[in-house]
Design a protein around this ligand. Structure first.
Ligand code: UDP
Length: 311
């Protein structure tokens, strides 16, 4: 098979899981990462694959690759609220300048380009569940604005490259993916709660825990993204699991899987933290013939094992 994939953000959670998936399918994979929030630990055992190569590079600078690339998966971004609040300007640059550099590379290669967007483009949604046609409710000057607007710009420029330059683009709106290779100190709910319970520390619930999220196990997310990049569809598709849980319910699920003395500690809900989130995946089912298969309990077990084995 001569298909060459380029994966940006290859040392991050989704990027490294995607590389592994592609390498197992025997594709040639070139990974790019600037190691701002990603870790080389996530790719170190790819050395066994002769078909993997790594380039340390920041996508906000133009990049030349000597090889013909057939598919690009653009994940590079700070993705956790703790990171984008710490690196606000960088986050905007990666989403804007970085994305345009990758789209230009796509044009040069006549490649299919999938860009990772996010359920955050819907902000604190007033439509529930969220369909791709919903425009969102985002506060551009709030703490999450840097990420939300970077990703909204990513969608806009990607669409412009498709409409104006006929680039074969795909926009994946990814909803709360989780699983092995997340960082312990990622700051997000699932790694936080698991590691707090493993270490018998307080379980930090922000707000009263009645806010909801819909968590998608990484293997499902990756399969959906792979089907999408191989498709001929050029507009946004939600990639997520439509099963919705409150944060209190999530804590209960994890508590039932880990024996721990941890106690819940409530603190204030961060500004603009969405109160609900749940994807409508009618489009993904229809266009990609895809839907998630892994139940929350099963996905959490695998994630807990990962954190136990990587203490
Ligand atoms: N959250 C929480 N405690 C934590 C981390 C997150 O209560 O230690 C809450 C957070 O306020 C949000 C939900 O869990 O309402 C999901 O947060 P996460 O950062 O995982 O993802 P996002 O907000 O980007 O969906």
């Amino acid at each position: 098979m001569s298909n060459v994939f380029l994966v940006t953000g290859c040392c991050g959670f989704l990027g490294s899981n995607m590389c592994e998936f592609l390498l197992k399918k025997k594709y040639e994979v070139i990974g790019i990462d600037n190691l701002l929030t990603g870790s080389v630990n996530n790719i170190k055992y790819f050395k066994r694959y002769k078909t993997f190569s790594f380039i340390k590079h920041d996508v906000i600078y133009p990049i030349k690759i000597d090889k013909k690339i057939d598919f690009i998966l653009h994940f590079a971004s700070t993705a956790s609220p703790v990171d984008y609040i710490k690196y606000p300007i960088k986050t905007l640059r990666i989403g804007s300048i970085g994305t345009e550099n990758i789209l230009k590379l796509g044009l040069l290669n006549n490649a299919k380009v999938l860009v990772a967007s996010t359920s955050e483009v819907y902000g604190d949604p007033l439509e529930h569940p969220q369909k791709e046609t919903y425009y969102g409710n985002v506060n551009s000057v709030g703490p999450r604005g840097v990420y939300d607007e970077a990703k909204r710009y990513l969608e806009a420029i990607t669409t412009a490259y498709h409409n104006k330059k006929e680039l074969d683009t795909k926009i994946a709106r990814i909803f709360n993916s989780y699983g092995p290779k997340m960082r312990k100190k990622d700051g997000r709910a699932i790694p936080n709660f698991i590691n707090q319970m493993i270490n018998n520390e307080n379980i930090t619930i922000y707000g009263d825990g009645t806010q909801t999220r819909s968590f998608c196990y990484v293997d499902d997310t990756i399969e959906g993204l792979y089907k999408f990049v191989k498709s001929d569809y050029n507009y946004p598709i939600n990639i997520g699991n439509p099963k919705e849980y409150t944060i209190l319910e999530l804590v209960e699920f994890i508590k039932n899987l880990i024996s721990s003395n941890s106690k819940i500690k409530f603190s204030i809900l961060p500004e603009n933290d969405p109160k609900v989130r749940k994807p409508d995946i009618t489009l993904a089912r229809k266009i990609l013939k895809w839907e998630p298969k892994v139940e929350l309990n099963e996905g959490l077990k695998n994630t807990i094992d990962y954190f136990y084995n990587n203490k």
